[in-house]
Each structure stands twice: as structure tokens, then as C-alpha cells.
Design a protein around this ligand. Structure first.
Ligand SMILES: Cc1cc2nc3c(=O)[nH]c(=O)nc-3n(C[C@H](O)[C@H](O)[C@H](O)COP(=O)(O)OP(=O)(O)OC[C@H]3O[C@@H](n4cnc5c(N)ncnc54)[C@H](O)[C@@H]3O)c2cc1C
Length: 418
């Protein structure tokens, strides 16, 4: 099957297509990541969830096999159909979402440097995001603030240029930063001209050990507890001019266009989110699939009224629906992954569709799994309660479900729905 249903392809006749029968490279990577998830991640999951600490030894294991490295990420990204990134994320998060996020959280900052940085900035900063297999490091992407969550245009963190020293001075507070305060590299989005809203914002790399950056409260969370989340304070934090991603000339040109009332770049920003959201959706599918598989096995084993509980339609149909919803969500994720990688135009916010569906399926499927396990499902002796806690974040971060619906509704209607 070609993956072109509903998509528009401006320009090229040579668009890589993917087959639902995965190619050898895709199968190899899937099996490689699955092996790591099954043998290293899942056995450690409950422990790190209880400890609520960054699982450095597991990150190190991932670095040693090359999964946690720039080369590893680049290998996942290299697939011209875009589907391999989704496959790898599904497998890793099938193992455990908390540890999965501890490993993949760095990729948000890397994607920002990769997407907005100059070649020199990529060469300098991306390796520092990962560290080495002997001493792995993590990176943090800090956008959200206490008063700017869904409304990113309301950021208050400021960046002021000190021309005499060719330095940027950053002040503000970031909230909810994955790896915030423990990262080597923090990428911080700040406003340089508040009157311009999101068009007056820029992203800055804060190099390791920069004075003025401190970690605030570490957040104690409902799920994803092996992934570190914290506030980050920026107090007269000075970084060299070379830390502005993309460089000053580009920023000045962007600001000048915005001040002249030129075309809004919100369309471009939307396209960027559409490209990254399917990967997040794939993570949610990994959790949902873990719960479905576990519940299916359990339902075949568990006997009540003299027969396996799966013999009851109430249970069997629930499992059928779980399989159905998970597969449907995966198809949306793969379509959007393919669209993003091959440069298709997202006419109906297909990236948002995939993340929305996958996140909601993960919450629903993990809740159903608890129900199928009965009392056992409600205990920490079984993993499904953890998967349910982990799944919930997928309707909140990277754009809440409401914001995804807003984006889709605007895309399909052309109306600026509030
Ligand atoms: C575990 C975790 C990790 C995170 N990691 C990061 C990170 O690494 N970097 C980072 O920058 N941020 C991160 N975040 C922040 C995350 O992106 C935000 O929590 C999210 O964007 C929602 O913002 P908020 O929490 O302020 O909710 P709010 O924006 O206050 O939303 C509250 C509710 O109102 C609804 N709502 C808001 N506006 C509208 C509207 N216009 N229409 C309809 N409904 C609306 C929302 O959907 C939601 O239900 C993380 C959050 C968590 C919990």
C-alpha cells in the first residue's frame, strides 16, 4: 500500500513511499530497539518509577549500544519514508515510557538546534547534548512558563542583546522542563520583542555551567516518573552572541518583517509541530500496545466461573476494540510521519490528528487493561496501573488534546476558531 491517501505532494514525482510490509532496515531497527526495551528497559521500569529519578545507568546502556547518540538519532531519521522514527519510539515506549522519555527527552532540544541552528551551532552543541557513552548527558528544551502553557505567545522570559559584549542576557522562569536543571545543554525560547508575540521570540542555547541558570522545584508527577521535570530559573544569564540559534542577522530580518506587518510565520510554525507530533503519538501507541498485549495474555489465563475470562464477549470485544483503536492510531501516526519526512503539506493537520488519536487511545486502552485485570490491575504488583499513569501525559504535553482539536478544526475549516 502506498501511503499517499489524502496527502498533497507539491513538486516532486519521486516521493518515497512506504509499505505496510516493513523493509529490512525498518524490521532490523524495530527488532534492535525492541530487544533493548524488552531486556533492559522493561525489567527496570517499576524500580525507576518508584525512585522517581533519572535512570542514568539505563541511559548509559542505551548510549553504549548507540541508541542514545546523535548518530543513533540520525540513523532513525535517515529513513526517507519517515516511518522508522515512529517504529523505534513505539518499541522503546512499549518497554517503559518514563525511561523512554529519559532517553528521548534530549531529542526535543536536538531537534530545535537541528531545525534552527547554523551548521557551526549544530556541530558545536549537538554532541554536547548527548555527552559520551562513558559519561552520557541529557538536554532540555524549555518553552513553557507558569503563565504560558498552551498560549506560547505569552512567554515572559526576555533576551536582551548587550552589543558591547556581543552577549545575550536572559531573564525569566521556565516551567515543566523535561531534564530542566540536570541538562548539559538547555535550549530556551525567550522573547526579544514582546509586542510581536510569538513572532518576537527566539531560541537560545545555554551552554553547560552557565552562571545564572538554576533548577527550581523538581515536579513530583502522576506518571512518567523516571523522567526528570523541573522549573528552570534564568537570572541575568549571559550567553555569547553565537548561542542565538540561526544567528543575529536572521533574527533581525525576521523581526523587521514582523514589524512591517509582513506575512505571519504561524503557518510555518504549524508545519513544524505537524512534523514532530507523530513521534509523540508513536510513544503513546507503545504504551497502549504494552497494555493491550498484557491484558490479552491475562484474559486467556485468568479463570472465573470455570472458564477463561476472555470467553466472555465483554472482555473479548474490549480486547478487539483495543487492537482496532491501536492499529488505527498507528496508521495515522505512520501517515503523518511519512508526510513530514517527505515534505507533504499538512492540509488537515494530520500530525495533530495522529498525536490526538494516539494519546486518547493510550489513556483509554490502559484504563481498559486495568479493568480486565480486575483488582490486580489496580495494584503496583502489575504494570498496567503505571502504564495508565504514564499514558495520561499524552493528552497534555506537546499540545493538549483541546489544542490539537483547535488546530485540526482551523485547518479543515479555514476559520480562526477560538
Ligand atoms: C511531564 C511534563 C513534561 C513536560 N515537558 C516540557 C518540556 O520539556 N518543555 C516545555 O516547554 N514544556 C513541557 N511541558 C509543558 C507542557 O507542554 C504544558 O503542560 C502544556 O503545553 C499545557 O500547558 P499548561 O499545563 O499550562 O495548561 P494550560 O495551557 O493552562 O491548559 C489548561 C487546560 O485548558 C485548556 N485550554 C487552554 N487553552 C485552550 C483553548 N484555547 N481552547 C480550549 N482549551 C484550552 C487546555 O487544553 C487544558 O485542558 C511538560 C509538561 C509535563 C506535565
Amino acid at each position: 500500500m502506498s501511503a499517499s491517501a489524502g496527502a498533497e505532494a507539491p513538486g516532486s514525482d519521486e516521493i518515497p513511499t512506504f509499505s505496510l510490509a516493513l523493509n529490512q532496515d525498518q524490521r532490523d531497527i524495530r527488532d534492535w530497539v525492541h530487544g533493548f526495551a524488552a531486556n533492559v528497559v522493561r525489567p527496570a521500569a517499576a524500580d525507576w518509577d518508584e525512585r522517581e529519578e533519572t535512570p542514568w545507568p539505563i541511559i548509559q546502556e542505551a548510549a553504549k549500544i548507540g541508541l542514545y547518540s546523535f548518530e543513533g538519532m540520525a540513523q532513525l531519521h535517515a529513513d526517507p519514508t519517515g516511518v522508522t522514527m515512529a517504529i523505534a519510539n513505539e518499541e522503546l515506549f512499549w518497554g517503559d515510557a518514563g525511561i523512554g522519555m529519559a532517553i528521548m527527552g534530549t531529542s526535543l532540544a536536538v531537534a530545535s538546534i537541528f531545525g534552527s541552528g547554523t551548521p557551526a551551532q549544530m556541530g558545536e552543541f549537538i554532541p554536547q547534548c548527548f555527552g559520551t557513552p562513558e559519561q552520557p548527558r541529557v538536554a532540555s528544551f524549555c518553552v513553557s512558563e507558569p503563565d504560558a502553557g498552551s498560549d506560547v505567545s505569552a512567554l515572559r522570559t526576555t533576551a536582551k542583546y548587550d552589543e558591547a559584549k556581543d552577549e545575550w542576557v536572559i531573564n525569566g522562569q521556565k516551567a515543566w522542563a523535561t531534564n530542566g536543571g540536570i541538562a548539559s545543554i538547555h535550549v530556551v525560547v525567550a522573547t526579544v520583542d514582546r509586542a510581536l508575540g510569538s513572532r518576537g521570540q527566539a531560541a537560545f542555547v545555554i551552554p553547560p555551567d552557565t552562571p545564572g541558570l538554576t533548577q527550581g522545584t523538581k515536579v513530583r508527577k502522576h506518571g512518567l516518573r523516571a523522567s526528570h521535570t523541573a522549573d528552570v530559573f534564568l537570572d541575568d544569564c549571559r550567553v555569547p552572541g553565537s548561542c542565538l540559534l540561526g544567528g543575529k542577522e536572521k533574527l533581525d530580518a525576521k523581526l523587521a518583517r514582523a514589524r512591517e506587518g509582513g506575512r505571519s510565520n504561524s503557518q510555518a510554525a504549524m508545519q513544524t509541530f505537524e512534523v514532530t507530533r507523530p513521534t509523540v503519538g508513536a510513544q503513546a501507541i507503545g504504551i497502549a500496545r504494552a497494555a493491550y498485549e498484557y491484558a490479552l495474555d491475562y484474559a486467556k489465563q485468568r479463570k472465573q466461573f470455570g472458564r477463561a475470562i476472555i470467553s466472555n464477549q465483554a472482555i473479548a470485544f474490549t480486547l478487539a476494540d483495543m487492537k482496532l483503536e491501536i492499529d488505527a492510531a498507528r496508521l495515522l501516526v505512520w501517515r503523518a510521519s511519512w508526510m513530514g519526512r517527505t515534505g507533504q503539506r499538512f492540509t488537515a493537520a494530520e500530525g495533530s490528528m495522529s498525536k490526538l488519536k494516539a494519546g486518547e487511545v493510550a489513556v483509554w486502552a490502559t484504563e481498559r487493561a486495568i479493568q480486565i485485570l480486575g483488582g490486580n490491575g489496580y495494584t503496583r504488583e502489575y504494570p498496567v496501573e503505571r502504564w495508565h499513569r504514564d499514558a495520561k501525559i499524552y493528552t497534555i504535553f506537546e499540545g493538549t488534546s483541546e489544542i490539537q482539536r483547535l488546530v485540526i478544526a482551523r485547518a479543515i475549516s479555514g476559520v480562526q476558531i477560538a
